[in-house]
Write a protein that binds this ligand. Structure first.
Ligand SMILES: [Zn+2]
Length: 106
């Protein structure tokens, strides 16, 4: 049985063509984190900077692992300079397994 979380399962905003709307989805994540419903555990950069960085190559990927304080799951949100964005529920251990880049954006 799949339980739906009204916080993190309602983040993704789709365009009319069914592709993920990066801007609206980022805004929704920022709103959830600002209001304390979600918290960034680890990311390549602050949430607010994801879109800006994506538009400045040669960055290939920008990812965030975000904890949902409502359902206690871990969410992966990743943007690629080539390819579609990914928003999915992951295991917490995947944070450590992710091939993190150096900390040049911090
Ligand atoms: Zn949730």
């Amino acid at each position: 049985m799949k339980e739906v979380c009204l916080c993190c399962d309602t983040i993704v905003v789709l365009n009319e063509d069914k592709n993920i709307n990066i801007h609206a989805t980022c805004e929704a994540l920022i709103e959830r984190c600002t209001s304390g419903k979600m918290k960034v555990i680890r990311g390549d950069c602050p949430l607010e900077m994801m879109e800006k960085l994506l538009n400045s190559d040669p960055i290939y990927s920008i990812v965030q692992f975000i904890h949902c304080n409502i359902c206690n799951r871990t969410i992966f949100w990743g943007l690629w300079s080539r390819g579609v964005p990914i928003y999915k529920v992951v295991e917490e251990k995947e944070i450590e397994q992710w091939p993190w880049k150096d900390d040049k954006f911090r």
